[in-house]
Design a protein around this ligand. Structure first.
Ligand SMILES: Cc1cc2nc3c(=O)[nH]c(=O)nc-3n(C[C@H](O)[C@H](O)[C@H](O)COP(=O)(O)OP(=O)(O)OC[C@H]3O[C@@H](n4cnc5c(N)ncnc54)[C@H](O)[C@@H]3O)c2cc1C
Length: 392
């Protein structure tokens, strides 16, 4: 065997995990179906990722954060949750947590680029691009993958980070619960006339939700979620009609708005794997937990899980134990389930509540917002979950 670990998928989770293991000196093969040029210069994909304090700490420690120029990092100092047409908002402010910011905003393509760059100097990391894993399997000694071009790789451990629709997870027989919301998320960037004041808005209207997230200067990230059957009509809108529609839905808070990117649709399907490991095989990132984006936790959780697994493996190495053993993988799986299960179910419950427009759901929405503002411990709990300040 010429590799110690095979990582499948060079998305942000696979790249971060590989970087986390790079200094151990283990030989890692990172297999990715996209071309090397795409990893080096990923195209803009509309996703602006809200990062928590814990993610900041992990990315800093891995030397990924410092590869992202300051002008591409925006701060979220205040967050407001609005309900229907009511002016009442559940508000969170960075001063309440005694930090300069509640969180950070960075484009997904910039995270991917920095994570890829962070691996460049490691001779023990081999990145195999334009290679698709088509089959894989494990026995008690090792795992193997077969690539679409017929090449076969073997290693004592296989880690898969090949997205929420992971084909390798299925091939390894890990069953997964999937929740198809029947909704689509459309994201884009817009230029706003009025300053966003580093504030993130989540507006839960009754037909769709609209999030407006602060980016550098007067740019904002727009995230619309709507019934999938309505998405084609939005995607076909002219830039002027789209801008007018967002101005109206944002109730003029940002003045005149102008579309500054194309519109990117993403189907909303949440996934949670029954286990995150099996013999000589583990899943990380969206392959383990695919979150609905409303609570902005997908990559935050993916990074946290990848770091948990890397730490368990490093501890095994330091104590002379087998880093690919069942005990190590089981410990990772248990810890990451504990960290992600409440967030996963909490997010899905929130989505259900905010996509219903029955009188009882409307009443529950109003009540929750007011209780969230008034009950100190509840507010602190939400803030801790969203910012991960305590975990950092
Ligand atoms: C609209 C939207 C907004 C979001 N906002 C936030 C946010 O604010 N905060 C946050 O934390 N998260 C957010 N997320 C979630 C975040 O984008 C994902 O959690 C993250 O991108 C998942 O990374 P990953 O590496 O697990 O998977 P992916 O990015 O899906 O990468 C998987 C990789 O595996 C490769 N691959 C797949 N199959 C194979 C194969 N057979 N062989 C070889 N390679 C393969 C793919 O080419 C790809 O490069 C958002 C998501 C969306 C859709």
């Amino acid at each position: 065997m010429n590799h110690d670990i095979i990582v499948i998928g060079a998305g942000p989770a696979g790249l971060s995990f590989t970087r986390d293991m790079a200094e151990t000196g283990l030989n890692v093969a990172l297999v990715e179906k996209q071309a090397e040029e795409i990893l080096a210069e990923p195209p803009y994909d509309g996703r602006e990722i809200a990062l928590t304090h814990l993610s900041h700490k992990i990315m800093n420690g891995l030397g990924i954060w410092n590869l992202i120029p300051d002008e591409h990092i925006s701060l979220i100092k205040t967050a407001k949750v609005l309900n229907g047409k009511s002016p009442y908002a559940l508000s969170f402010d960075h001063e309440e947590v005694g930090e300069e910011t509640l969180g950070f905003m960075i484009s997904n393509h910039r995270i991917r680029k920095a994570a890829y760059e962070s691996l460049k100097s490691f001779s023990n990391i081999q990145i195999l691009t334009k290679k698709t894993v088509s089959k894989l399997g494990t026995d008690n000694e090792k795992g193997w993958v077969e690539l679409a071009d017929g090449e076969r790789l073997e290693a004592p451990l296989i880690i898969s980070a090949d997205s929420r629709f992971s084909a390798t997870r299925r091939m390894m027989g890990i069953s997964t619960s999937m929740l198809d919301f029947g909704r689509t998320c459309i994201v884009c960037t817009m230029e706003a006339e009025l300053p966003h004041k580093d504030t993130a808005y989540e507006c839960f209207h009754y037909d769709r939700t609209l999030a407006v997230l602060p980016m550098s200067k007067n740019q904002v990230s727009i995230v619309i979620t709507l019934k999938s059957e309505e998405s084609a009509a939005v995607l076909e809108m002219s830039a002027t009609a789209f801008a007018a529609d967002i101005e109206r839905r944002a109730e003029g808070r940002f003045g005149a708005m102008k579309l500054s990117s194309e519109l990117f649709p993403y189907p909303l399907v949440a996934t949670f794997a029954k286990t995150f490991y099996t013999n000589k095989f583990a899943i990380i990132g969206d392959a383990a937990v695919g979150m609905h984006p409303v609570t902005a936790h997908g990559f935050n959780l993916g990074l946290r899980g990848a770091h948990t697994l890397a730490n368990e493996m490093k501890t095994a190495l330091q104590t002379g134990c087998d880093f690919s053993s069942r005990t190590v993988l089981e410990r990772y799986s248990r810890k990451h389930r504990r960290a992600s299960l409440p967030l996963y179910h909490g997010t899905n419950a929130l989505v259900r509540l905010y996509t219903k427009d029955t009188p009882s759901a409307k009443f529950a929405r109003r009540t929750l917002l007011r209780l969230g503002n008034r009950i100190g411990p509840a507010k602190r709990l939400i803030m801790n979950q969203l910012t991960e300040i305590k975990a950092a």
